[in-house]
Unconditional design. Structure first.
Length: 118
């Protein structure tokens, strides 16, 4: 089993919607879990809590991983768009997590500890 690494934690220095964070030198991933807490009551904007791009064969693959639209969540992995259909814009704290394994492209979307879709 691979050793867990916390070297890629993101920190947001400001508590505003336009705050962003970035990390570089992420190795090729065979699997990942991304988890975060989100609180919003925004029903007018789709919102993008996470957007990740990488370079494949010398070309930028923009939005290789995107978690978008907290009003009905969409998940984009390697240019495949997956409609999740659950929201997290109720003004309460919601815990969102996504797991993915390159072996067969298996993914699972969780909200508040409950599996929502796979």
């Amino acid at each position: 089993m691979a050793e867990l690494c916390f070297a890629y934690d993101l920190s947001f220095p400001h508590r505003v919607a336009t705050s962003s964070s970035s990390v570089s030198n992420i190795p090729d991933m065979q699997a990942f879990t991304i988890a975060f807490w989100l609180r919003t009551d925004d029903t007018e904007n789709p919102g993008t809590p996470l957007s990740y791009s990488n370079v494949v064969e010398g070309k930028l693959q923009d939005n290789a991983l995107v978690i978008q639209d907290y009003g009905a969540f969409e998940l984009h992995i390697n240019n495949e768009k997956l409609f999740i259909g659950t929201s997290a814009n109720d003004g309460k704290w919601n815990h969102v997590a996504v797991t993915w394994d390159s072996n067969g492209g298996k993914w699972i979307f969780y909200k508040n500890g409950q599996e929502v879709k796979r």
